[in-house]
Structures are given as structure tokens and as C-alpha cells.
Design a protein around this ligand. Sequence first.
Ligand SMILES: [Zn+2]
Length: 271
Amino acid sequence: MAYWIFVIFVLCAVAAALLIPRYRLRKAIAAPFPDAWVAIVEKNIAIYKDLPMELRLQLRKLIKQFLHQKHFEGAGGLEITDEIRVTIAAEACMLLVNRNTGVYPSLRYIIVYPAAFVVDRPQSDMHGVVSSGRKGVLGESWSSGKVILAWDNVLSGSSNFVDGHNVVLHEFAHQLDSESGSTNGAPILAGSNCLRTWATTLSGEFEELQKDAWKGRRSLLDHYGATNPAEFFAVSTETFFEKPAQMAKHHAELFEVLRCYYRVDPRDWLS
Ligand SMILES: [Zn+2]
């Protein structure tokens, strides 16, 4: 008898462990999107008002899930506020609308510094030159479930959505990339009809950018994307969302594979 009571107890505990988080998530998603959060995204995310209502509603739902599941931590004396949480969540979730995927399932922590933070380890630049020593950086993405951001740069990037530079889009593109098991510029494409053209298009464009960087030629994509295929994917993502018309004109195939992957056409949002 005692054995069966124990078995029932264990089964109930397992069921509760599985069902309670799902119930809480459903409740968080079903809750109304607060007016204060609407005010934050309208103020801080320049592109938000240009999004069609359907995408805005998707984005709000994703933001609620993101904020329910991810833990924010201030660093360097920064106190985490709703403005910081909602702004970062909104930009990160821009990469997820229309895609019906998980909300960065491996990501657990977002650590936010007030401004550029210092790292002290070897870094390689776009020429492959490795330098050591302390260096200020604006963002980092770790495949171990962590993104680190500089708040002042997050804010300047989100309020200017046309300059091709956006640290949140960049670091969260790395998160998508790392979901495949390695951060190498090839995110999960299973079931996607983009698969056939992805490798050839990205590697060809990456080589072109490397040539531009080596020769010091101006390019639409930031030369930092020539560092390695992972940085190329992250930089391409920034350009795709922030300079879609120029990318479609000058890098048509690259634009198409990214449009296929992200399932949006940011040219539609240009006001
Ligand atoms: Zn990067």
C-alpha cells in the first residue's frame, strides 16, 4: 500500500512540475498588455508604429512570453526597470514574429550594463588579427543561455531603426544561430524552403564582404561581418531589418534568403 501511495505521490509531483509552468505561461500570455508597456515600445522602438497591427499584436504576445521566461539582471550599478525589460524584449522578439518558433528556449539571463562594458580576453577582428587585453564592448551573446547588453547602446539602436546598427538584433541573431548547436552562421532551417540556397548565398556574400574589408572598400554590410560566418549572419540581420531596401537592391539573393528565414519583409514597414 505504502508503495502505491509513493508512486501516486511521485506521479502527481511530476505532473505538477510539468503542468504548473505551462499554466503560468498561458496565464502570462493571456494577461492584457499593459498600457505602460505600449507607451514604452511606442517611445523607444522607432519602427513599432509602422508595423501592421497584426505584427504588433504578435509582438505583444511574444514580449509577454519573453518577460515571463527570462531573467534580467542589472550590472555596473544599473537598476533594471520596466523600460529596460520591455525595450529589450520588444527588439529581441522582432526576430520571431511570423515564425511560430520558441522564444529563445535556451536563453535564461539578460545582463544589462549602463554603457559599454569591459572584457579582458583575446578578441579577433575582421582581419583575423587576435588581440588581447581589456576592451569595451556593447553586447555579447553566450550559447550557455546569456546575453549581455549596454543599455545606452540598446536605446540609441532602437530609436534609430535605419542606420543598420542594432546591438539587440545582432546579439539575438547570435542566439538564433546558436540554437542549431553551434554558432556558425547557420541557424536551424529544418523544414524551411530556404535551406537549398542558404549555404551558397551566405558563403558567397561572406567572401565578398571579406574582400571589401581587406581592400578597405565601402560596403552596405558593416565590415565587422567579415570576422567569421557567425558575425556575418548577425550583421546581415541588422542590415536586413534596418536597411531592407538597400539590401534588396544591392544584395538581392542575401535579402531573399533572410526574408525566407525571418518571414517578414521590412520594406513594407518603411513609412
Ligand atoms: Zn557578434
